[in-house]
Design a protein. Structure first.
Length: 243
């Protein structure tokens, strides 16, 4: 079963339920899985509070307690993630307009560090913190190169000069490393993200998924593919409303 088929199959009940939810409902729910409790969320949300967006997931198990094993090199490295795909345009973060699905992600990957401006563990070395959970904006797009109906983080073709956020970490993909810290409890993950109060998010929607990605052996084109879904909510139908 490919990634998107699995993603959609687990969400049919939720999508049907979303249609009959109240006009003010914005939180989304997910069918529970059993294989990875740290990624088994039962509902998720994005709430706007003046000049911040608050991203949240709530779990059956304790989030943040499981991370991928080290692979020893960038090629083939695993990335485990908590992700909120959104309908917010990619240009809001600093990428080109209509570049793909702008998604907020909290990730761990012990084989590389993609937050060069930040020293998450405070040891004086900003380039050895990949295993520690940290946040990104990424742009996701469909990609047959990641398998039938696959997804990847959008690559930057060699020689291309797209618009990029100031905290782009230098990888040839559409990714931003803004340094907003995830907060884990025994049953929740919350990230508070500064956001321009003038940005109109009326009608903006979101989804939620926990997933594994993997760096391609060639380390480019594609660089980073979605390879497994641990838990999913709306099947990329964006049933949640950013309130």
């Amino acid at each position: 079963m490919n990634v998107l088929t699995h993603y959609l199959a687990g969400c049919a009940v939720l999508i049907a339920g979303a249609a009959m939810s109240s006009a003010n409902a914005h939180q989304i729910e997910a069918p529970l899985a059993a294989d990875k409790p740290a990624f088994d969320f039962h509902h998720a949300d994005i709430i706007r509070k003046d000049t911040v967006l608050e991203f949240s997931m709530y779990f059956e198990g304790q989030p943040g307690t499981q991370t991928p094993d080290a692979h020893g090199q960038l090629a083939g490295a695993q990335v485990w993630s908590y992700v909120w795909p959104t309908s917010i345009d990619s240009s809001v973060i600093g990428f080109d307009k209509d570049s793909g699905i702008l998604s907020f992600a909290v990730t761990s990957h012990p084989d590389f560090d993609d937050t060069p401006l930040f020293d998450e563990d405070g040891d004086g070395d900003p380039e050895n913190d990949g295993r520690r959970w940290h946040s990104h904006w990424v742009v996701l797009v469909p990609a047959d190169t990641c398998g039938p109906n696959g997804l990847k983080v959008q690559d930057i073709p060699e020689g291309a000069t797209p618009n990029l956020p100031k905290t782009w970490p230098g990888l040839p993909i559409l990714i931003d490393s803004p340094g907003w810290h995830p907060r884990f409890t025994e049953s929740s993950l919350v990230v508070t993200v500064p956001f321009d109060a003038q940005t109109d998010l009326k009608g903006a929607n979101f989804d939620a998924v926990t997933a594994a990605l993997q760096v391609n052996a060639s380390v480019h084109d594609p660089l980073l593919c979605v390879t497994a879904v641990f838990e999913a909510a709306g099947g990329l139908k964006m049933p949640g409303v950013i309130e």
